[in-house]
Design a protein around this ligand. Structure first.
Ligand code: HEM
Length: 411
């Protein structure tokens, strides 16, 4: 009996003596660990940190960033505790999180796979769920409200003295086809884009998550495929109408008379007046921007746009001048996608607001305007009041056309 107890005590003594060298560095390490803000949580972010980050605030993580162990030092390797040497698991994850892990390399999957942890996603998520929805939504509601108010004050712009009963060709079939392909695709893209952005807050609480998921799925299919029709018709519209949209001196008269929108004047105009030129160039410039950022989203990580653009902007000194410092030029592939998504949505919102005004003036806002894109034939009196110079040009070319020839195309 005594022999057994002694034998057990011996074993216990031997085991504790052999384990002591291993236990010492562990104790030393705990004492050595610097007092950090995250100490109460053992180095992990505190609840306040997490909540602040979710609110989109900048959290001072310098203590954690610096506290990533030292797996490389000779001492830590000599005092090896396990496979990680002097570093612990949390140290390792922190160093991956802050992109400071020297011993970790990803050999497959390209640049995207090299980013193992990316915390910019939180800022993106917050912006998308917050200001993007809020300001974007209010922009559209505000535009509709302003147009409704304008309609109440100004009423429908009528044809002074009524229609003449004679018509003139304003847009050829090909022009109307291109316009309606552009318009139809834009409306589908706008609606499906809005469903994607607002579904979670505007559909899910009322129709349920399943209905929202189904709508999202359908929206994505429509959005991704209809985008091609938009891009092609944008190019066609540009080629067809660019020559008529170069600013000229008749625009000065139009600007002076505020387009005749306020008051009863009808400033003379060629095929497109200055207001329409603004619509045209907005559609082209914003349409190209929304298309390029859309392509970047359609082919993830293949078309990074923002690091280069930010670099060019920094070179102009404008961001620094505006107080936004130099913009970041070392973006992770995921951050490129986040910027592309936000830019795509912001440009789309601005375009939707402009197009709402365009749809207003092309339908309820002005008598006789819709015919131009409907049948292609407009009343001569309408043409005289809104595009007097163009009407003269059409009449002149009709008069000089050989008798029995076809109607002169609208110029
Ligand atoms: C229901 C929707 C729409 C209606 C009723 C409509 C109506 C019209 C009309 C009547 C015109 C000819 C104006 C004239 O004779 O001078 C026109 C022109 C034009 N439309 Fe639309 N449109 C719609 C949607 C769109 C969309 C979505 C876009 C682009 C994304 C667009 C782009 C243009 C452009 C660039 C012009 C030539 C410039 C101008 O007249 O302002 N339209 N539209």
């Amino acid at each position: 009996m005594i022999r057994t107890i002694l034998a057990r005590l011996m074993v216990a003594l031997v085991v504790s003596v052999t384990m002591l060298p291993l236990a010492l560095p562990l104790a030393a390490q705990e004492v050595d660990r610097p007092e950090t803000e995250g100490s109460p949580t053992g180095g992990a972010p505190t609840l306040e940190d997490i909540l602040a980050r979710q609110r989109g605030e900048t959290v001072d993580d310098s203590d954690r960033r610096a506290n990533i162990g030292d797996p490389d030092s000779a001492a830590s390797i000599a005092d090896q505790l396990g496979t990680l040497g002097g570093a612990s698991d949390p140290d390792l994850w922190r160093s991956i999180r802050f992109n400071e892990e020297p011993n970790m390399s990803v050999s497959a999957g390209g640049d995207v796979a090299k980013v193992l942890v990316q915390d910019g996603g939180m800022a993106w998520y917050n912006f998308r769920a917050g200001p993007l929805r809020e300001y974007g939504g209010w922009l559209l509601i505000g535009t509709i409200a302003v147009l409704a108010l304008f309609f109440l004050i100004r009423g429908r712009i009528r044809i002074d003295g009524g229609k003449s009963g004679r018509t003139v060709t304003r847009f050829q079939f090909i022009e109307r086809m291109a316009h309606w392909t552009l318009a139809g695709s834009f409306i589908l893209l706008g609606l499906t884009g809005l469903l994607t952005l607002f579904g979670r807050v505007a559909i899910a609480p009322y129709l349920g998550l399943d209905a929202n998921a189904w709508l999202l799925h359908i929206s994505k299919l429509i959005h991704n495929n209809v985008s091609w029709a938009f891009m092609v018709s944008l190019v066609v519209v540009f080629v067809m109408w660019v020559a008529h949209n170069i600013p000229n001196k008749t625009d000065l008269v139009w600007i002076k008379q505020a387009g005749g929108i306020i008051g009863k004047n009808h400033p003379p105009a060629k095929k497109f007046n200055f207001g329409q030129k603004i619509i045209f160039w907005s559609v082209i410039v914003l349409g190209v921007s929304v298309s390029v950022s859309g392509l970047s989203l359609l082919f993830p990580f293949e078309l990074p746009l923002f690091a280069k653009t930010f670099g060019i902007l920094n070179d102009t000194g404008l961001p620094q001048w505006a107080g936004y410092g130099p913009l970041p030029t070392a973006l992770a592939p995921q951050e490129e996608m986040q910027f592309a998504q936000l830019w795509h949505a912001i440009v789309a919102f601005v375009m939707m607001a402009i197009i709402l005004a365009h749809i207003y003036i092309g339908t309820v806002g002005m008598e006789g305007a819709f015919d131009a894109m409907g049948s292609g034939e407009v009343d001569e009196e309408w043409a005289h009041q809104h595009h007097a110079i163009w009407l003269e040009e059409v009449k002149e070319s009709e008069a000089s056309a050989p008798k029995g020839g076809t109607t002169t195309p609208a110029e």
